[in-house]
Design a protein around this ligand. Structure first.
Ligand code: NCD
Length: 342
């Protein structure tokens, strides 16, 4: 199925691509996200999904995507079953995606799937009896990440009196294999007047069709020769890890040191820029990623992104399962515990 043929995301629908959102759809999802934030932050307890079961099927490594989808479902009062990796599923015995999906969807109310092949999650969706949410299909899309990134971007710019419309965003790193960048740029295209300042090392450049996609919708794309050039004058920088697991060739020797560090931000006079990254950040020596010496800068938003992943994913589940805010409110109760460190 091409993106254009996908129906808007809503009750009883799969989430496969960010192309399922227009501006009103995004506003509705973000309003729901705000409404469930007290539950996400564990200020109150909700049992609206009591009796519902999520199955998460992750055939690629994941920490925050799987745990935040699962935590989101648990915070709504549902139950979670999980299978991770090919080894512990019958796919190791040669079972097809279609059979696996049909079987598991008979046990559960919603599936969250991550798989290394582009287009594979759409195959799961085709055979499933219940909504399937795409948690990353190879170098294809990662729609829930783009949604939480956009939600975070809107909030961070909002605290600075800015909007996504008209902003300048530097996107740097592995723009070729980084699916979060592909989904984010496609989603941001529904806003207006954005300037994208791109920097990617040789052989890791953004696929042309994505640059064309945003240009056709009236946005500006500027290709920069360095990370310093890209962040100069930008409101936000979105940095990404080199996706070594998707590369067959050796890394070029130029990929040494940091992709972006504090000295580069000082050189670009950009030390108050909003700093985003989908994470994980590769902390090994010479990993060519965002350096940790930026962590005490005021615009660091990487952990706001991870925190926002919970309410955004709660809103996705409520939407797919057709649950209203009123139904959520009816089940709210005070939490009897206090988990803060003292
Ligand atoms: C990203 C992914 O899996 O695409 N991680 C995530 O879900 N937050 C980015 C990455 O792995 O680099």
């Amino acid at each position: 199925m091409t993106d254009a043929a996908l129906p808007p995301f809503g009750p009883g629908r799969h989430l496969l691509s960010v192309s399922q959102f227009d501006r009103p759809g995004l506003d509705a999802l973000f309003a729901l996200t705000e409404a469930v934030t007290p539950i996400a932050e564990r200020r109150s307890v909700c049992t609206v999904l009591d009796g519902a079961v999520l199955c998460s099927l992750f055939f690629e490594p994941s920490t925050r995507t799987r745990l935040s989808f699962e935590s989101a479902f648990l915070r709504l009062g549902g139950e979670v079953t999980t299978t991770t990796g090919f080894t512990f599923s019958s796919m190791a015995k040669g079972e097809s995606i279609a059979d696996t999906s049909r079987v598991v969807s008979g046990y559960t109310d919603v599936l969250v799937v991550r798989h290394p092949d582009e287009g594979s999650v759409a195959e799961f969706a085709q055979a499933s009896l219940v909504p399937v949410l795409n948690a990353g299909d190879g170098a294809g899309e990662h729609p829930s990440q783009a949604l939480l990134d956009t939600y975070t971007l809107r909030k961070e710019l909002g605290t600075r009196g800015r909007t996504i419309d008209g902003c300048t965003i530097a996107i740097i790193g592995d723009l070729r294999f980084g699916r979060t960048v592909h989904s984010l740029m496609k989603l941001l295209a529904i806003f207006e007047g954005i300037t994208f300042r791109l920097f990617a090392p040789p052989s890791l450049e953004l696929p042309d069709y994505i640059a064309s996609f945003v240009r056709e919708r009236g946005h500006t794309v500027v290709h920069c020769a360095s990370a310093v050039e890209a962040v100069t004058g930008a409101d936000v920088v979105y940095a990404t890890r080199v996706q070594r697991e998707r590369m067959t060739e050796e890394l070029p020797p130029s990929l040494r040191g940091s992709l972006l560090d504090r000295a580069m931000l000082v050189e670009a006079e950009a030390t108050d820029i909003v700093i985003m990254h989908p994470l994980p950040r590769d902390s090994r020596a010479d990993s060519y990623d965002l350096a940790s010496d930026v962590d005490d800068l005021p615009g660091l938003s990487i952990f706001h992104q991870t925190d926002n992943g919970i309410p955004v994913r709660m809103a996705l589940f409520l939407t797919a399962l057709g649950v209203s805010v009123e139904a959520v409110t009816m089940t709210l109760r005070q939490r009897p515990w206090d988990a803060r460190l003292r």
